[in-house]
Design a protein around this ligand. Structure first.
Ligand code: SF4
Length: 363
Protein backbone atom coordinates (compact mmCIF):
# COMPACT_ATOMS: atom_id res chain seq x y z
CA UNK A 1 0.00 0.00 0.00
CA UNK A 2 1.47 3.37 -0.99
CA UNK A 3 1.71 5.86 1.83
CA UNK A 4 2.64 9.47 1.32
CA UNK A 5 5.51 9.72 3.82
CA UNK A 6 6.79 13.13 4.82
CA UNK A 7 9.24 14.50 7.41
CA UNK A 8 9.35 17.96 9.01
CA UNK A 9 11.51 20.47 7.15
CA UNK A 10 14.59 21.66 9.05
CA UNK A 11 13.30 25.23 9.51
CA UNK A 12 10.71 23.95 12.04
CA UNK A 13 13.51 22.88 14.38
CA UNK A 14 14.29 26.58 14.98
CA UNK A 15 10.88 27.19 16.61
CA UNK A 16 10.70 27.71 20.37
CA UNK A 17 8.57 25.30 22.41
CA UNK A 18 6.09 28.11 23.10
CA UNK A 19 5.72 28.78 19.36
CA UNK A 20 5.25 25.06 18.63
CA UNK A 21 2.53 24.85 21.32
CA UNK A 22 0.84 28.00 19.98
CA UNK A 23 0.74 26.71 16.40
CA UNK A 24 -0.52 23.28 17.46
CA UNK A 25 -3.29 24.85 19.53
CA UNK A 26 -4.36 27.05 16.64
CA UNK A 27 -4.76 24.05 14.35
CA UNK A 28 -6.52 22.00 17.02
CA UNK A 29 -9.01 24.84 17.56
CA UNK A 30 -9.57 25.07 13.82
CA UNK A 31 -10.31 21.33 13.50
CA UNK A 32 -12.41 21.10 16.68
CA UNK A 33 -14.10 17.72 17.13
CA UNK A 34 -12.98 16.55 13.68
CA UNK A 35 -9.52 15.89 15.12
CA UNK A 36 -8.52 13.53 17.95
CA UNK A 37 -4.96 13.36 19.27
CA UNK A 38 -4.24 10.08 21.08
CA UNK A 39 -1.05 10.01 23.17
CA UNK A 40 0.66 7.05 24.81
CA UNK A 41 1.93 7.45 28.39
CA UNK A 42 5.53 7.00 27.23
CA UNK A 43 5.51 10.22 25.22
CA UNK A 44 7.27 13.37 26.42
CA UNK A 45 5.37 16.06 28.36
CA UNK A 46 5.11 18.58 25.54
CA UNK A 47 3.19 16.03 23.49
CA UNK A 48 1.11 14.80 26.44
CA UNK A 49 -0.05 18.41 26.93
CA UNK A 50 -1.66 18.26 23.47
CA UNK A 51 -3.56 15.00 24.07
CA UNK A 52 -7.30 14.58 23.78
CA UNK A 53 -6.75 11.19 25.42
CA UNK A 54 -3.71 9.70 27.17
CA UNK A 55 -3.49 5.98 27.82
CA UNK A 56 -1.76 2.65 27.40
CA UNK A 57 -2.37 0.52 24.30
CA UNK A 58 -5.58 -0.92 25.71
CA UNK A 59 -7.16 2.39 26.76
CA UNK A 60 -6.20 4.04 23.47
CA UNK A 61 -7.59 1.10 21.45
CA UNK A 62 -10.90 1.54 23.23
CA UNK A 63 -10.83 5.28 22.63
CA UNK A 64 -10.14 4.75 18.92
CA UNK A 65 -13.08 2.33 18.72
CA UNK A 66 -15.41 4.91 20.29
CA UNK A 67 -14.52 8.13 18.51
CA UNK A 68 -16.28 9.60 15.50
CA UNK A 69 -13.44 12.09 14.81
CA UNK A 70 -12.49 12.26 11.14
CA UNK A 71 -8.74 12.59 11.73
CA UNK A 72 -6.93 10.62 14.45
CA UNK A 73 -3.32 11.54 15.08
CA UNK A 74 -1.62 8.81 17.10
CA UNK A 75 1.43 9.81 19.14
CA UNK A 76 2.70 6.33 19.88
CA UNK A 77 4.29 3.63 17.74
CA UNK A 78 3.25 2.00 14.49
CA UNK A 79 1.30 -1.03 15.78
CA UNK A 80 -0.86 1.30 17.91
CA UNK A 81 -1.81 3.48 14.95
CA UNK A 82 -2.48 0.32 12.95
CA UNK A 83 -4.82 -0.98 15.67
CA UNK A 84 -6.59 2.39 15.72
CA UNK A 85 -7.13 2.19 11.95
CA UNK A 86 -8.48 -1.33 12.38
CA UNK A 87 -11.05 -0.13 14.90
CA UNK A 88 -12.27 2.94 13.03
CA UNK A 89 -14.52 3.31 10.01
CA UNK A 90 -13.47 3.70 6.38
CA UNK A 91 -14.32 7.40 6.59
CA UNK A 92 -11.89 8.00 9.48
CA UNK A 93 -8.16 8.40 8.90
CA UNK A 94 -5.31 7.59 11.27
CA UNK A 95 -1.88 9.25 11.14
CA UNK A 96 1.46 8.54 12.81
CA UNK A 97 3.51 11.78 12.90
CA UNK A 98 6.75 9.87 12.34
CA UNK A 99 6.09 6.80 10.24
CA UNK A 100 9.47 5.33 11.32
CA UNK A 101 8.34 5.01 14.95
CA UNK A 102 8.09 1.23 15.23
CA UNK A 103 8.49 -1.17 18.15
CA UNK A 104 11.56 -3.40 18.46
CA UNK A 105 9.49 -5.99 20.34
CA UNK A 106 6.93 -6.20 17.53
CA UNK A 107 9.78 -6.62 15.04
CA UNK A 108 10.96 -9.77 16.84
CA UNK A 109 8.20 -11.98 15.45
CA UNK A 110 7.40 -12.20 11.75
CA UNK A 111 4.54 -14.13 10.21
CA UNK A 112 6.80 -16.61 8.37
CA UNK A 113 8.71 -17.66 11.48
CA UNK A 114 5.58 -17.82 13.66
CA UNK A 115 3.70 -19.89 11.06
CA UNK A 116 6.64 -22.31 10.80
CA UNK A 117 6.75 -22.68 14.61
CA UNK A 118 2.98 -23.15 14.71
CA UNK A 119 3.19 -25.99 12.18
CA UNK A 120 5.98 -27.67 14.17
CA UNK A 121 3.99 -27.38 17.39
CA UNK A 122 0.93 -28.86 15.66
CA UNK A 123 3.00 -31.78 14.32
CA UNK A 124 4.37 -32.53 17.80
CA UNK A 125 1.16 -32.09 19.78
CA UNK A 126 -1.27 -33.30 17.07
CA UNK A 127 -3.47 -30.47 18.24
CA UNK A 128 -4.09 -26.75 17.62
CA UNK A 129 -3.05 -24.64 20.59
CA UNK A 130 -4.76 -21.25 20.96
CA UNK A 131 -2.55 -18.48 19.51
CA UNK A 132 -2.41 -15.33 21.64
CA UNK A 133 -0.57 -12.28 20.41
CA UNK A 134 0.39 -9.27 22.47
CA UNK A 135 -0.97 -6.11 20.83
CA UNK A 136 2.69 -5.10 20.37
CA UNK A 137 2.87 -7.12 17.17
CA UNK A 138 2.51 -6.69 13.43
CA UNK A 139 -0.98 -6.82 11.96
CA UNK A 140 -0.42 -10.08 10.09
CA UNK A 141 0.10 -11.82 13.44
CA UNK A 142 -3.18 -10.42 14.73
CA UNK A 143 -4.82 -11.73 11.54
CA UNK A 144 -3.11 -15.10 12.15
CA UNK A 145 -4.76 -15.23 15.58
CA UNK A 146 -8.12 -14.32 14.05
CA UNK A 147 -7.78 -17.10 11.47
CA UNK A 148 -6.80 -19.71 14.05
CA UNK A 149 -9.30 -19.15 16.86
CA UNK A 150 -6.95 -16.91 18.86
CA UNK A 151 -7.00 -13.52 20.50
CA UNK A 152 -5.01 -10.30 20.95
CA UNK A 153 -4.10 -9.05 24.43
CA UNK A 154 -2.52 -6.03 26.06
CA UNK A 155 -0.61 -6.02 29.34
CA UNK A 156 -3.89 -4.95 31.01
CA UNK A 157 -5.85 -7.82 29.51
CA UNK A 158 -3.22 -10.59 29.32
CA UNK A 159 -4.58 -12.51 32.30
CA UNK A 160 -8.16 -12.39 31.02
CA UNK A 161 -6.95 -13.44 27.55
CA UNK A 162 -5.02 -16.42 28.96
CA UNK A 163 -8.00 -17.45 31.11
CA UNK A 164 -10.20 -17.29 28.03
CA UNK A 165 -7.66 -19.26 25.94
CA UNK A 166 -7.24 -22.04 28.52
CA UNK A 167 -11.01 -22.41 28.66
CA UNK A 168 -10.88 -23.32 24.93
CA UNK A 169 -7.78 -25.57 24.86
CA UNK A 170 -5.11 -26.91 27.20
CA UNK A 171 -2.25 -25.22 25.32
CA UNK A 172 -1.51 -21.62 24.38
CA UNK A 173 1.10 -20.32 21.91
CA UNK A 174 1.98 -16.78 23.05
CA UNK A 175 3.98 -14.21 21.08
CA UNK A 176 6.00 -12.05 20.76
CA UNK A 177 6.87 -11.04 24.37
CA UNK A 178 8.13 -13.98 26.41
CA UNK A 179 8.23 -12.02 29.69
CA UNK A 180 4.61 -10.87 29.61
CA UNK A 181 3.43 -14.43 28.89
CA UNK A 182 5.65 -16.01 31.56
CA UNK A 183 5.01 -13.41 34.28
CA UNK A 184 1.24 -13.39 33.90
CA UNK A 185 1.02 -17.21 33.68
CA UNK A 186 3.23 -17.57 36.77
CA UNK A 187 1.00 -15.13 38.65
CA UNK A 188 -1.95 -17.33 37.62
CA UNK A 189 -0.27 -20.36 39.20
CA UNK A 190 1.11 -22.10 36.10
CA UNK A 191 4.20 -24.15 37.12
CA UNK A 192 7.60 -23.35 35.51
CA UNK A 193 7.76 -26.82 33.92
CA UNK A 194 4.46 -26.12 32.13
CA UNK A 195 5.97 -23.08 30.40
CA UNK A 196 8.45 -23.55 27.56
CA UNK A 197 10.12 -21.12 25.21
CA UNK A 198 10.02 -22.13 21.56
CA UNK A 199 13.54 -21.98 20.15
CA UNK A 200 13.53 -22.24 16.33
CA UNK A 201 17.20 -23.24 16.34
CA UNK A 202 16.71 -26.14 18.73
CA UNK A 203 16.62 -29.58 17.07
CA UNK A 204 13.28 -31.33 17.49
CA UNK A 205 14.64 -34.15 19.67
CA UNK A 206 12.79 -36.41 22.12
CA UNK A 207 13.34 -34.02 25.06
CA UNK A 208 12.02 -30.99 23.14
CA UNK A 209 8.98 -33.00 22.01
CA UNK A 210 8.32 -34.10 25.59
CA UNK A 211 8.53 -30.51 26.84
CA UNK A 212 6.20 -29.19 24.12
CA UNK A 213 3.70 -31.98 24.79
CA UNK A 214 3.69 -31.21 28.53
CA UNK A 215 3.61 -27.44 28.18
CA UNK A 216 0.49 -25.37 28.82
CA UNK A 217 2.20 -22.23 27.57
CA UNK A 218 4.63 -22.06 24.63
CA UNK A 219 6.40 -18.70 24.43
CA UNK A 220 8.03 -16.84 21.58
CA UNK A 221 11.53 -15.58 22.30
CA UNK A 222 10.77 -11.82 22.04
CA UNK A 223 11.36 -9.06 24.57
CA UNK A 224 11.08 -5.30 25.02
CA UNK A 225 14.57 -3.82 25.14
CA UNK A 226 13.37 -1.11 27.55
CA UNK A 227 11.81 -3.41 30.16
CA UNK A 228 14.25 -6.28 29.75
CA UNK A 229 17.02 -3.94 30.93
CA UNK A 230 15.78 -3.81 34.55
CA UNK A 231 17.67 -6.18 36.82
CA UNK A 232 17.51 -7.75 40.26
CA UNK A 233 20.59 -5.70 41.18
CA UNK A 234 18.50 -2.51 40.57
CA UNK A 235 15.90 -3.71 43.08
CA UNK A 236 18.60 -4.61 45.64
CA UNK A 237 20.35 -1.25 45.22
CA UNK A 238 17.14 0.74 45.78
CA UNK A 239 16.01 -1.37 48.74
CA UNK A 240 19.39 -0.86 50.36
CA UNK A 241 19.51 2.90 49.79
CA UNK A 242 15.81 3.65 50.55
CA UNK A 243 14.48 1.30 53.26
CA UNK A 244 10.75 0.67 52.85
CA UNK A 245 10.68 1.57 49.15
CA UNK A 246 8.01 -0.26 47.15
CA UNK A 247 9.10 -1.71 43.84
CA UNK A 248 6.52 -1.74 41.04
CA UNK A 249 7.29 -3.09 37.56
CA UNK A 250 5.69 -3.71 34.19
CA UNK A 251 5.13 -7.38 33.21
CA UNK A 252 7.51 -6.98 30.23
CA UNK A 253 10.35 -7.08 32.81
CA UNK A 254 12.33 -10.32 33.27
CA UNK A 255 10.84 -13.01 35.56
CA UNK A 256 13.32 -12.47 38.39
CA UNK A 257 12.50 -8.74 38.52
CA UNK A 258 8.74 -9.38 38.34
CA UNK A 259 8.94 -12.08 41.04
CA UNK A 260 10.89 -9.88 43.46
CA UNK A 261 8.94 -6.67 42.93
CA UNK A 262 6.22 -5.71 45.41
CA UNK A 263 3.76 -5.06 42.59
CA UNK A 264 3.58 -5.97 38.91
CA UNK A 265 1.07 -4.72 36.38
CA UNK A 266 0.25 -2.80 33.24
CA UNK A 267 1.06 0.85 32.67
CA UNK A 268 -2.43 1.87 33.85
CA UNK A 269 -2.03 -0.35 36.94
CA UNK A 270 1.32 1.30 37.75
CA UNK A 271 -0.26 4.76 37.48
CA UNK A 272 -3.23 3.76 39.67
CA UNK A 273 -1.05 2.14 42.33
CA UNK A 274 1.50 4.95 42.63
CA UNK A 275 -1.31 7.54 42.57
CA UNK A 276 -2.99 5.74 45.47
CA UNK A 277 0.28 5.65 47.49
CA UNK A 278 0.55 7.40 50.85
CA UNK A 279 2.23 10.81 51.08
CA UNK A 280 5.80 10.14 52.19
CA UNK A 281 5.93 6.73 50.49
CA UNK A 282 8.77 5.79 48.13
CA UNK A 283 8.37 3.99 44.80
CA UNK A 284 10.97 2.41 42.54
CA UNK A 285 9.28 2.05 39.16
CA UNK A 286 10.38 -0.30 36.38
CA UNK A 287 8.94 1.17 33.22
CA UNK A 288 9.57 3.86 30.60
CA UNK A 289 11.15 7.05 31.94
CA UNK A 290 8.71 9.67 30.60
CA UNK A 291 5.88 8.12 32.58
CA UNK A 292 7.99 7.79 35.74
CA UNK A 293 9.23 11.39 35.57
CA UNK A 294 5.64 12.59 35.07
CA UNK A 295 4.42 10.63 38.09
CA UNK A 296 7.27 12.11 40.14
CA UNK A 297 6.20 15.62 39.13
CA UNK A 298 2.54 14.87 39.74
CA UNK A 299 3.17 13.55 43.28
CA UNK A 300 5.85 15.72 44.90
CA UNK A 301 4.72 14.46 48.33
CA UNK A 302 6.18 10.99 47.61
CA UNK A 303 9.43 9.73 46.16
CA UNK A 304 8.93 8.24 42.68
CA UNK A 305 12.15 7.12 41.01
CA UNK A 306 13.21 4.98 38.12
CA UNK A 307 14.39 1.48 38.90
CA UNK A 308 17.31 2.10 36.56
CA UNK A 309 18.01 5.56 35.14
CA UNK A 310 20.17 4.30 32.30
CA UNK A 311 17.91 1.69 30.79
CA UNK A 312 14.49 3.16 30.57
CA UNK A 313 13.99 5.21 27.45
CA UNK A 314 11.93 3.90 24.51
CA UNK A 315 13.84 5.25 21.54
CA UNK A 316 11.06 4.59 19.05
CA UNK A 317 8.41 6.40 21.14
CA UNK A 318 10.89 9.30 21.29
CA UNK A 319 10.88 9.48 17.48
CA UNK A 320 7.60 11.39 17.74
CA UNK A 321 8.67 14.92 18.70
CA UNK A 322 6.56 18.07 19.13
CA UNK A 323 7.92 19.19 15.76
CA UNK A 324 6.66 15.99 14.13
CA UNK A 325 3.25 16.56 15.70
CA UNK A 326 3.13 20.19 14.55
CA UNK A 327 4.21 19.26 11.03
CA UNK A 328 1.60 16.49 10.86
CA UNK A 329 -1.15 18.90 11.89
CA UNK A 330 0.01 21.62 9.50
CA UNK A 331 -0.04 19.10 6.65
CA UNK A 332 -3.54 17.96 7.58
CA UNK A 333 -4.86 21.51 7.83
CA UNK A 334 -3.46 22.15 4.34
CA UNK A 335 -5.30 19.03 3.08
CA UNK A 336 -2.06 17.08 2.70
CA UNK A 337 -2.75 13.59 4.11
CA UNK A 338 0.82 12.46 4.85
CA UNK A 339 1.86 9.61 7.15
CA UNK A 340 -1.51 7.89 7.08
CA UNK A 341 -1.51 4.38 8.54
CA UNK A 342 -3.76 2.00 6.63
CA UNK A 343 -4.46 -1.62 7.45
CA UNK A 344 -4.10 -3.90 4.40
CA UNK A 345 -7.62 -4.92 3.37
CA UNK A 346 -6.71 -8.62 3.06
CA UNK A 347 -5.84 -8.73 6.78
CA UNK A 348 -8.53 -6.45 8.17
CA UNK A 349 -11.36 -8.92 8.82
CA UNK A 350 -9.20 -11.60 10.49
CA UNK A 351 -7.23 -9.13 12.61
CA UNK A 352 -10.46 -7.47 13.71
CA UNK A 353 -11.85 -10.81 14.93
CA UNK A 354 -8.88 -11.25 17.30
CA UNK A 355 -8.84 -7.61 18.48
CA UNK A 356 -12.61 -7.55 19.03
CA UNK A 357 -12.34 -10.69 21.18
CA UNK A 358 -9.89 -8.77 23.37
CA UNK A 359 -12.24 -5.79 23.65
CA UNK A 360 -15.08 -8.16 24.59
CA UNK A 361 -13.15 -9.83 27.44
CA UNK A 362 -14.67 -9.31 30.89
CA UNK A 363 -13.00 -6.39 32.70
S1 SF4 B 1 8.58 0.32 25.39
FE1 SF4 B 1 9.18 -1.62 24.43
S2 SF4 B 1 7.25 -2.61 23.82
FE2 SF4 B 1 6.80 -0.41 24.24
S3 SF4 B 1 6.98 0.56 22.22
FE3 SF4 B 1 9.00 0.76 23.22
S4 SF4 B 1 10.14 -1.07 22.46
FE4 SF4 B 1 7.97 -1.44 22.02
Amino acid sequence: MNINISYPPSNLSRLSNAEIDRRIKKIRDWFGRRLLILVHHYQQDQIVRQADAIGDSFALSRRAAETDAEFIVFCGVHFMAETADLLTTAQQKVFLPNIDAGCSLADMADIGAVTYAWQKIQEITRDNPIPVTYINSHLDLKAFCGQNGGIVCTSSSAQAALEWAWEQKSKVFFFPDQHLGRNVATKMGIAPEEIIMYDPKRPVDAEFMRQIKNARLILWNGFCCVHQAFFMSDIERLRKSIPGIKIIVHPECPAEVARNADFMGSTEYIIRTVSAGEPGSAWGVGTERNLVYRLAKQFPDRQVILLNEKASMCRTMAMITPIHLLYQLECLSAGNLVNQVMVPENLRADALIAVQKMLDLPK
